[in-house]
Design a protein around this ligand. Structure first.
Ligand code: PGA
Length: 303
């Protein structure tokens, strides 16, 4: 069936007024122009849509059916229009952002600053490890991702916005606490509490250990930085975490940073998305805020 939106709009007007003349007036068309379009529509449908009894016209059964469908079609179009208007409107838009577990410590603060600017916006935040972030990027599931260095094997835009130093932590009563210039080989005999294998922090740690040819025993593996810090504070072993997650623990004297050779491991935080992706207005606004906030955030996290 070949039907145009214009024919449907004309049909709706005639069906609502039950008059070709009134429909023509409303649409600023001539009455013959309206009749021609209705005739073409009837040819496409293969059935008459109106019938004339005396001076009045009525919808036929086919006309009633078509009116039902065409009202729905225009209703859906209006809805689509409203949705696109909302997507343009940052203040009421939805941001889908996914961040590395480690980045959640500062990403939530950035989101809170963003929502102060756009109080009616909605943020859907996913906190997960590097492995899952890469899969989400592959599937184009998120507007924007905050992660450690994006994989070079994928066609991504990755823009570094803040440093991410990884440090060795211990409980304050650990024998190495307070020692200066600890050789990395010393770590060989220390049990470690580490992140899960898909974590970027874990990958960076393993890379350094393998370069230095050490393989300390893994005492516990935990997929959560807060729980790792608890375990280290409880004396379960040493760990390597982002310096940016330690602000309160250092202040409270719950943990200490060890002065170990080759540390901190210098990593960076990146905003990443698929190359060619057209960022929505709300994603662009969030990206701008991340770059604007990064210097003060870095200073606050690692004073
Ligand atoms: P992670 O990510 O939380 O998965 O360790 C940090 C990173 O990619 O460096």
């Amino acid at each position: 069936m070949h039907v145009t939106f214009r024919q449907l709009a004309i049909f709706n007007a005639v069906a609502e007024k039950l008059s070709f003349t009134e429909a023509a007036n409303t649409l600023h068309l001539t009455q013959p122009a309206v009749s021609v379009q209705i005739k073409r529509l009837e040819d496409s449908v293969g059935l008459p849509l109106f019938e004339q009894l005396g001076k009045r016209i009525y919808l036929t059964g086919a006309g009633e059916e078509l009116l039902h469908y065409s009202r729905n079609i225009f209703h859906e179009l209006d809805e689509a229009g409203e949705m696109f208007a909302q997507m343009q409107d940052i203040s009421r838009g939805t941001l889908n952002v996914s961040v590395a577990t480690t980045a959640s410590s500062f990403a939530t603060r950035m989101i809170s600053a963003f929502l102060k600017q756009y109080p009616a916006a909605t943020v859907r935040l996913d906190v997960t490890n590097r492995g899952t972030l890469i899969r989400q990027l592959e599937n184009n599931e998120k507007d924007i991702v905050i992660m450690g260095k994006p994989p070079e094997t994928m066609d991504l835009v990755g823009e570094a916005f803040m440093d991410n130093p990884l440090v060795v932590i211990a409980s304050p009563d650990h024998p190495l606490a307070g020692q200066m210039a600890i050789g990395i080989q010393t770590l060989q005999r220390e049990p470690f509490v580490v992140r899960e294998p898909a974590s970027g922090t874990r990958a960076a740690l393993e890379k350094l250990f393998s370069r230095c040819q050490i393989s300390p025993a893994i005492q516990v593996e935990i997929a959560d930085t807060e729980a790792i810090k608890e375990a280290v504070a409880a004396g379960l072993g040493l760990s390597v975490v982002s310096r940016h997650t330690l602000e309160l623990d250092l202040q409270a004297g719950r943990l200490v940073i060890l002065d170990v050779e080759h540390f901190p491991i210098a990593r960076h935080w990146y905003l990443a998305y698929r190359r060619g992706k057209r960022l929505s207005p709300i994603a662009l606004a969030f990206k701008a805020l991340v770059f604007e906030q990064a210097p003060t955030m870095a200073a606050a996290l690692s004073p």
